[in-house]
Every structure is written in structure tokens, then in C-alpha cells.
Design a protein around this ligand. Structure first.
Ligand SMILES: NC(=O)c1ccc[n+]([C@@H]2O[C@H](COP(=O)([O-])OP(=O)(O)OC[C@H]3O[C@@H](n4cnc5c(N)ncnc54)[C@H](OP(=O)(O)O)[C@@H]3O)[C@@H](O)[C@H]2O)c1
Length: 435
């Protein structure tokens, strides 16, 4: 099997190194001989950690698609359009199967590209695009194929998980931990794709499509990132028996699909709360299996190359399934909806420390039929900023539209001085601290 790799960065160079340095072991496990015949990157001269002699270098990645000595094209450039898309389209048009790790591209163009591959009798494989080294797509699409999937939930962004779990263990605030994460290489110089929840939503769009047989619909996902999570929230969550994680959740309520990415309070005793540092987790609830959770490295050279190599072996041995499990032209276009969820909420307000403020807040909640479970005022005004104090509360089960309407009214109260922070509470804490 002759392989071309476009992009020789973190993932591409490691994929090539593994194919070259572990050639015999991969041949023994797969029954196929894999040879890297051509590569592409911007810089032809940089040392990539593997010998380039005998490997053709193309300055233009799209040229890989028309080479006679290439059977499979591996796209590891990145970006939802541009050269990555041009290359994949050209490869499929020229009769070559494609392996990619590109979640942004698959979330946007996956249905069309998968249909093109299927029409041409080719494979489009993208295991590494979701949760890095965890075989999450294969688990959902193949291992759990007979299940009716009720819920897909996951910690799908290692950068956010590193930041939130470090805030939890150190008590430090978001900006401080983000700077450290950037210095350690866990966060990009421009961290917005990660911390604003975009990256996790691309991955959730793909999991939702596979789990529920729908066209990936990034725009239907309600997305909130982690920038507004403060040290006060982390401490309050702990006090209530929870940890905060950026959860990607898709649920099927009798045919209506809801999909969201948001900071969520999960019970400290739950499996997801124990996922620390840059790890990822994917949890699937289905019938008849019940629940399955897979935890592992969601990014990094080795973990991601592991998933890319598994796809290369599947393509080479003819075992690659259609990307979405079902054929792409059978996916339904039913949009996800996000109205009418019922859940418990956490709310943090910054208010002037004066009599009657809490009564005003609880009156608004009462008017929207929202029942308060716990209420905590953190400290006194003389400890806070400009005479303000944080107030945190949790609710009993509440319709999300009621919560949103109540927050709009609470924001208008004179005593409320900053944008409220609101989070969903998922599951019950074992030891609940009612205050
Ligand atoms: N890094 C991870 O942990 C991880 C995890 C899961 C999925 N992914 C996905 O894997 C893909 C690659 O990520 P990465 O982290 O390996 O990226 P990266 O380190 O930035 O590498 C990108 C590579 O693409 C090459 N490139 C950029 N533009 C090009 C062009 N116009 N023509 C030819 N080559 C070009 C670069 O060449 P030069 O080296 O010469 O500049 C570089 O080798 C992305 O889709 C990403 O989302 C990454």
C-alpha cells in the first residue's frame, strides 16, 4: 500500500515516523506492507525526524492526488477549506481513498465528501478527528451499531479540560491558568477555537451524525466556552459536590435531537469528574448496552498518529466503514433543536451587598416558576470589588426557556453589576451541601 502524507507537523511527521520506524510490526499486525512514497509540507528542508530519501516531496499538496505511486492520501494539513479540502476532493476524484484528522473540515463538508467517496467505491476515514487516540467513532459506529443511542456525552477538548482541572486543583483563575497552558504547549497562542467551545462542537457534530444518522449540523449546536468560568464557580461547585467540565452532549428525546457544548457541573463521584488534565472522554448511553465510557489522550503526536494509522490499516485492508456508518445519502437532515430541555441550573451573580437584593432575585425566579435549591452569598462587600459580592444559587429541575427569561430580567435589576454566569448541573451529587 503506497501512502502520501500531506502536512508534516505534529501529527503528519509522527504518522510518517511510525510507518517508517515500525514498518515490520505494522505489516505483521495488518497483513499489509505500507510504504510512504510521497509527502507535502510548506518547508521542504526541515528535519522531520525520519529519512526523506526515496520519498517524493511535492510543494503543492494537491499534486499528491494525481501521482501514480500513491494509493491512499493522508491529509494532515488542517483548516476547514483551502489546501486540505482541495487535496481531499482531488484525491477522491482521482480514485484514491483518504484518511484525515480534520474535524473542522469533516463537520462542514463530511456528508458531501463521504457521499463522493461512497459513489466512487473509495474510503474516507477520520477516526483521529474526534477525541484523538480514543477509538470513539469506531466504537459508536461499529461496536455499538445495534444500539439505540439515547445520549452521547464527552470531554472533547483537552485544552479546556487541562484549564478547568488545574483551576480546580490550584484555586487559580482562568486567565492565569490559560497563560500557563500556553507556556506548556497545551493551548495555542490564539486559544479561541478551544476555549470558546468551537473545536468540541466540531467533534460533537460528527458524533451526533454517526450516533443519530443525521447530516452533521455544526450551526444547530448551542455553544458556550469556558472563559466565564471563575475560581468562585469552581469553589462553589466543589462545595455543592460537583466538578466543572466542558461537556459536549447530544441527546435523542423521542426523535428530537438536542446538541450543546457548555461548561457543566458533573458530580464529583462521576467518571467524567475524574477525567483530569488534557485527557478526553466519550460516554455513550444506549439500549441494550447501557453505558460505556472511554477515556484517553485526545491530542498530541503519538495519540493522534495512533488513530490515523488505524485508519490507514482499515483502508489498506478494505475494512474501512462508510464514515457515518450509514451511507451519506441516507443521512436525515433533521436539525437539532435546543428548546424545552429540563435540567437543574447553577447561577452566579455579582451584586451590590445591600438589603433586599437576594429577595429581588428570588422573586424573579419565583415569577418564572423556578424553585431555588441552594443559595450562597460568598463573603462580604468589603472583601469584594466596588462593594459587590458574588451570589451563587442552584435550582431544582427547570425548563431552560424559563431560566433564560429569568436571567434576562435579573440582568436588569439595579443591584446586578455584571453578566450572570449560568451552568447546567448534570446528575445528582452524592453529598449535597444545602446552604
Ligand atoms: N495536534 C493534535 O494533537 C491533533 C489532534 C487531533 C487532530 N488534529 C488535526 O490534525 C491536523 C494536523 O494538525 P497538526 O497539529 O499536525 O498541525 P501542524 O503541526 O500545524 O502541521 C500542519 C502541517 O501542514 C503543513 N502545511 C500547512 N499549509 C500547507 C500547504 N499549503 N501545503 C502543504 N503543507 C502545508 C505544514 O507545513 P510546515 O511544517 O512546512 O509549516 C505542517 O507540516 C489538523 O486537522 C488538526 O485539527 C491534530
Amino acid at each position: 500500500m503506497k501512502i502520501a502524507i500531506a502536512g508534516l507537523g505534529t501529527v503528519g511527521a509522527e504518522t510518517a515516523r511510525q510507518l517508517i520506524h515500525h514498518h515490520d510490526q505494522i505489516a505483521q499486525r495488518s497483513g499489509m506492507t505500507m510504504t510512504v512514497t510521497a509527502v507535502s509540507a510548506r518547508d521542504a528542508n526541515r528535519d522531520r525526524g525520519f529519512p526523506m530519501d526515496g520519498i517524493a516531496f511535492e510543494q503543492d499538496p494537491v499534486a499528491l492526488a494525481s501521482r501514480d505511486d500513491v494509493d491512499v492520501v493522508v491529509e494532515l494539513i488542517g483548516g476547514e477549506d483551502g489546501p486540505a479540502l482541495d487535496l481531499i476532493e482531488a484525491a477522491l476524484a482521482n480514485g484514491k481513498s483518504v484518511v484525515t484528522a480534520n474535524k473542522a473540515l469533516l463537520a462542514k463538508h463530511g456528508a458531501r465528501l463521504s457521499a463522493a467517496a461512497e459513489d466512487a467505491g473509495l474510503a474516507l476515514a477520520g477516526e483521529a478527528s474526534v477525541a484523538g487516540g480514543i477509538p470513539s467513532l469506531k466504537m459508536l459506529r461499529e461496536g455499538l451499531v445495534a444500539n439505540r443511542i439515547s445520549r452521547i456525552s464527552g470531554i472533547l477538548n483537552g485544552t479546556c479540560n487541562y484549564i478547568l482541572s488545574t483551576m480546580e486543583t490550584t484555586g487559580r483563575d482562568f486567565d492565569d491558568v490559560l497563560s500557563e497552558a500556553q507556556a506548556l504547549g497545551y493551548a495555542e497562542a490564539d486559544p479561541s477555537f478551544d476555549v470558546d467551545g468551537i473545536d468540541a462542537a466540531h467533534k460533537l457534530a460528527l458524533l451526533t451524525a454517526i450516533g443519530y444518522g443525521v447530516v452533521p449540523d455544526f450551526d444547530a449546536i448551542s455553544i458556550t466556552g469556558i472563559r466565564s468560568v471563575s475560581a468562585v464557580d469552581i469553589a462553589a461547585a466543589k462545595n455543592f459536590g460537583y466538578a466543572i467540565r466542558l461537556l459536549a452532549i447530544a441527546e435523542n428525546h423521542q426523535g428530537a435531537i438536542t446538541a450543546s457544548v457548555q461548561p457543566t457541573m458533573v458530580p464529583l463521584s462521576s467518571g467524567l469528574a475524574k477525567v483530569d488534565g488534557p485527557l478526553n472522554a466519550v460516554a455513550i448511553d444506549g439500549e441494550p448496552i447501557g453505558s460505556v465510557i472511554a477515556i484517553g489522550p485526545g491530542a498530541g503526536a503519538g495519540a493522534t498518529a495512533s488513530a490515523v494509522l488505524a485508519d490507514i490499516v482499515d483502508v489498506a485492508t478494505g475494512r474501512a466503514a462508510p464514515f457515518f456508518g450509514a451511507k451519506a445519502d441516507t443521512l436525515s437532515t433533521a436539525s437539532a433543536s435546543n428548546t424545552g430541555d429540563i435540567c437543574r441550573f447553577y447561577l452566579r451573580l455579582t451584586v451590590y451587598d445591600r438589603p433586599g437584593v437576594l429577595a429581588d432575585v428570588t422573586a424573579v425566579l419565583r415569577d418564572h416558576n423556578i424553585s431555588v435549591e441552594s443559595l450562597l452569598q460568598q463573603g462580604r462587600a468589603d472583601e469584594g470589588v466596588n462593594g459587590t459580592v458574588p451570589v451563587v444559587l442552584t435550582t431544582h429541575d427547570t425548563q431552560s426557556p424559563s431560566m433564560l427569561a429569568a436571567i434576562e430580567e435579573i440582568k436588569k435589576l439595579d443591584a446586578v453589576t455584571a453578566e450572570p454566569t449560568v451552568m447546567v448541573i448534570s446528575g445528582d451529587a452524592a453529598h449535597h451541601d444545602e446552604s
